[in-house]
Design a protein around this ligand. Structure first.
Ligand SMILES: *[C@@H]1O[C@H](CO)[C@@H](O)[C@H](O)[C@H]1NC(C)=O
Length: 251
């Protein structure tokens, strides 16, 4: 009885695609769940045995999931963002990010979020392109990019916020050797290759910059900043345990 009521309600609420009201409801329910799920989640994260994950940023957006405080495009535990690409819209947005497993000595968060305990939000709209902020040096030193966020869904996504987190012990950043990787060549033409804009080995992303393009008067992402990771001390014995498999069930 109640089931029939639901079907009738759906049949009346949804635009008609079939003379059979039940078929019509099935169609719309399918369209709502299947297509939105496919568009957003399928092949969204692709991970490799090397510890790298590439995250597709297409059609992402729509707000923080406050219940879990999750970002929509975010690296996993022990990973840092190291590269971006947009092969077909000249970095008007960011189509994919590359997350690299670079902190193997970090004790794992065993799936519990957040993966990094100390983080800041940077707002591109306020020209906060770098993780480091000289107004808040102690809060922002040794922070790297781990997530980006956009309020609106677009392909490629046009992020407005960046999440920067502190390197876990025993890691720090070497600010004397930071580099900038540009998304365009000397004449201003944007690269359209895959993963051209990527930090060198053992560097992590610490900033993303955008600028108005004089030819199309639109904001393009023009560089990423990359800083090298330093291992500053031998980690304590308890922490070293995490770097290799446990061999006993009792310890
Ligand atoms: C980012 O800055 C813009 C412009 O000042 C502001 O409108 C927006 O609310 C800020 N976003 C966050 C999350 O603070």
């Amino acid at each position: 009885m109640f089931g029939n009521f639901i079907w009738r309600l759906l049949a009346e609420a949804l635009p008609a695609t079939s003379a059979n009201p039940r078929l019509n409801a099935v169609f719309w329910i399918y369209l709502f769940f299947a297509t939105s799920a496919l568009a957003i989640y399928q092949n969204h994260v692709k991970c490799f045995g090397t510890g790298d994950c590439q995250i597709t940023a297409a059609y992402q957006g729509g707000g923080f999931n406050d219940e879990y405080h999750r970002w929509l495009i975010e690296c996993s535990d022990g990973e840092a963002m190291i590269g971006i690409f947009d092969t077909y819209k000249s970095f008007l947005g960011i189509a994919q990010v590359w997350c690299y497993f670079i902190f193997p000595l970090k004790p794992p968060a065993i799936g519990i979020y957040p993966f990094y305990p100390v983080c800041n939000v940077r707002n591109f709209t306020q020209y906060e392109y770098y993780c480091y902020d000289k107004r808040f040096p102690t809060d922002t030193v040794d922070t790297f990019t781990t997530a980006i966020f956009s309020p609106t869904s677009a392909d490629p996504v046009q992020p407005t916020l960046m999440k920067c987190c502190k390197t876990p012990a025993p890691y720090k950043l070497d600010y004397n050797r930071c580099q900038w990787k540009y998304t365009h060549d000397k004449t201003g033409e944007h690269y359209d290759g895959f993963w051209v804009v990527k930090c060198d080995t053992n560097f992590v992303m610490t900033g993303i910059g955008s600028a108005m393009n004089p030819w199309d008067s639109q904001l393009h992402f023009v560089w990423i900043q990359c800083c090298p990771v330093l291992t500053v001390s031998t980690p304590p014995a308890a922490q070293q345990l995490y770097a290799k498999p446990q061999i006993s069930y009792t310890s």
